[in-house]
Design a protein around this ligand. Structure first.
Ligand SMILES: [Zn+2]
Ligand SMILES: [Zn+2]
Length: 648
């Protein structure tokens, strides 16, 4: 008999040789109908793989990431079968599942695949799938595998690197592929499939190798799922922050300035400033002190911090001074600078915690191919802060940081998130720096703080950094995509490396604990995510312009100016569209700019001292006519709905 541990912690006994599918059936027929893949002791297995040892089993359905992976990878085999059928003589290489779908890298030799072929491929994949072919793994000897693929240099290379006795083929229908497993039971559940695109890809990602064609595809168990996915892609395109950033005149890039170095235009800079002021106000209340540090630091600083050993060779190289032979690095992190601020004077336990905050700009080299709008850049500003506290204070400090992060998310309309807690790998404690006692304290502090604040948590063992445990907020945006925002990280390493101390109540010197935290992460990436989440309709308190005054004709310019002055008195950000354009054109342009309130002024309004309000995106709802005071009250009420007062 073997003991199988299920994710809920329950242990069941089975005869050796039982399959994951049998285990599913023993739980319920309903589950068995939906199980499409499984993982045993952390390794992906087939639903028909006999289990022969004790271990933990996770059963995957389409709703699990593991299930989707098996579904997509399996579809890549069917697509490969179709490609071979349609383009005889091509050489198949690798076909893994990816975050959304799968790809297959193919050497098409003399053939050429074009968009016009996609539909044919899709139809044939579905036709084959309907026959419910089972995916069957079969062990083969290395010699046999090499013989089968003797005309395929790519597979031959893959097989050469495998150990004899570990090689398997996967058969389905009339098709066979070199594969180590991870399939759905049969092709019958593939009900929708689309070839998304083709692109060039070097064999093994090395540009010295031959360029292959990467065929991207995706598949679903229902046609409806595919339709929804394609609609989501369209919406994501509409919300692409690079497109919106240009339309709303927030930021730009210049090839002269350099790639990956964003230029913030006046509206974007004002937006950033409002975000910074918003966080600074809350941080001040929470007891943070602002500091400012330079954009470069001596190489030695980063040798001490360990960053040089880790990133030095793969990042921007040192800047040398002409005469004195000094070496400086562009700042990749603010932490070493803040450690030196802490070291300026001695501290007693009574002085702690110290909380140093800085909107610190850092520079990290990213390969040009990796750069992407504002989400992957070479220079960015972190809303960084470092808290230096005693181990006893960790608990309280962690809770306070969580409060601040929740305040930020609440004010910006991120409502859907989970807290991912990364802890030590309990089996390999020697991998980590810091005493067992301190680790326990820190891990408990994080778990307790998260529980205390009612966060929805996921605990990941073995995901902690070698220098401390952490909590990451995983945020879902309006399109259901997940982003990592707001990291809180405990650190035992830098206090050691920078020899940070405080005098305890015992009059002895002790090491403080350091917390790194950044609710936004980086201003660039955060604004990109916020743009895509809101489609540019930021919360009213953050909008570059909250209102635009549109006069019906030049006759009302003086009145428009008067309205603007009054709005300024109420601290409402507004401007006037004075152009000699029709009101229709002015409205269309204001809609494009996503200005929340369009204030129309004409003869009636001037006579009564009022404005007619039209809301962004509410065409046909009819305007309402109000006084300036009434309008100011509407604005204040709406702002207060999202922007709460931060209290500690
Ligand atoms: Zn496979
Ligand atoms: Zn840091």
């Amino acid at each position: 008999m073997i003991k199988i541990t299920l994710p809920d912690g329950s242990v069941k006994e089975f005869a050796a040789g039982i399959t994951p599918m049998d285990v599913a059936k023993s739980i319920s027929e309903g589950l068995a109908r939906n199980v499409i893949s499984a993982s045993f002791n952390g390794t992906t297995v087939e639903t028909v793989t006999p289990l022969t040892t004790d271990g933990s089993l996770v059963l995957f359905t389409w709703n699990d990431e593991g299930g989707k992976k098996a579904f997509w990878h399996s579809t890549s085999h069917v697509m490969a079968q179709v490609l071979e059928e349609m383009y005889p003589g091509i050489k198949l290489t690798l076909g893994p599942a990816i975050a959304n779908g799968f790809y297959y890298d193919v050497d098409f030799e003399d053939h050429k695949i074009t968009d016009a072929d996609f539909k044919k491929i899709e139809d044939r994949v579905l036709e084959i799938s309907r026959d419910k072919h089972e995916f069957k793994l079969r062990p083969v000897s290395k010699a046999e595998a090499l013989e089968v693929y003797k005309d395929n240099v790519y597979k031959t290379e893959l097989i050469s690197n495998l150990e004899d006795g570990t090689i398997t083929f996967c058969d389905h229908s009339t098709f066979t592929d070199l594969c180590r497993g991870g399939h759905i039971p049969n092709t019958g559940i593939i009900k929708a499939m689309k070839v998304m695109s083709v692109a060039g890809a070097y064999w093994r990602g090395d540009e010295k190798n031959k360029q292959l064609t990467r065929v991207y595809g995706i598949s679903f168990p229902k046609q409806k799922d595919l339709t929804e996915y394609l609609e989501l892609l369209e919406e994501a395109k509409r919300r692409d922050h690079r497109k919106l950033g240009k339309e709303l005149e927030l930021f730009a890039f210049s090839s002269k300035v350099g790639q990956g170095l964003p230029l913030w235009l006046p509206k974007g800079a004002a937006l950033r400033d409002r975000l910074e002021q918003f966080l600074k106000r809350a941080q001040k209340k929470a007891g943070y002190e602002q500091v400012v540090t330079p954009h470069i630091g001596q190489k030695e600083l980063y040798v001490t911090s360990g960053h040089y050993a880790k990133y030095g060779a793969d990042s921007f190289q040192p800047i040398n001074t002409p005469a004195e032979g000094e070496e400086f690095l562009l700042k990749p992190m603010n932490c070493p600078h803040h450690c030196e601020i802490y070291n300026v004077r001695p501290w007693s336990y009574k002085d702690l915690p110290k909380r140093y905050a800085e909107f610190g700009t850092v520079y990290r080299y990213e390969q040009s191919g990796e750069l992407h709008g504002l989400t992957r850049v070479r220079g960015f500003t972190q809303d960084d802060a470092h808290i230096f506290c005693t181990p006893e204070q960790l608990d309280e400090e962690f809770k306070k940081v969580i409060d601040l992060v929740l305040y930020v998310f609440g004010s910006l309309g991120f409502e859907n998130f989970t807290a991912q807690i990364s802890l030590r790998d309990q089996e390999n404690r020697e991998k980590y720096i810091g005493s067992d006692e301190n680790w326990e304290k820190a891990e408990n502090a994080i778990i307790n703080a998260a529980r205390d604040k009612g966060l929805n948590t996921v605990v990941e063992y073995g995901e902690a950094a070698f220098y401390g445990p952490k909590l990451d907020f995983m945020v879902k945006d309006a399109l259901g995509r997940q982003w990592q925002l707001g990291t809180i990280q405990v650190d035992y390493n830098l206090p050691e490396r920078f020899d940070l101390t405080y005098k305890g109540s015992d009059d002895q010197l002790h090491r403080p604990v350091m917390i790194h935290r950044a609710p936004f992460g980086s201003m660039e990436r955060f604004i990109a995510i916020l743009l895509e989440h809101t489609a540019g309709n930021f919360p009213l308190w953050l909008m570059p312009e909250q209102a635009i005054i549109l006069s019906l004709s030049e006759k009302y310019e003086i009145y428009a100016k008067k309205v603007l002055d009054l709005l300024e008195n109420h601290e409402i950000r507004a401007l006037i569209d004075n152009r000699n354009e029709t009101i229709g054109k002015k409205i269309r342009d204001a809609e494009m700019q996503k200005t929340p309130f369009m204030l129309i002024v004409g003869e009636e309004e001037e006579k009564n001292g009022t404005i007619s309000i039209r809301r962004h995106g509410q065409e046909g709802k009819g305007n309402i006519t109000v006084t300036i005071e009434e309008f100011a009250a509407i604005v204040t009420e709406e702002i207060n709905k999202t922007l709460k007062v931060f209290t500690v």
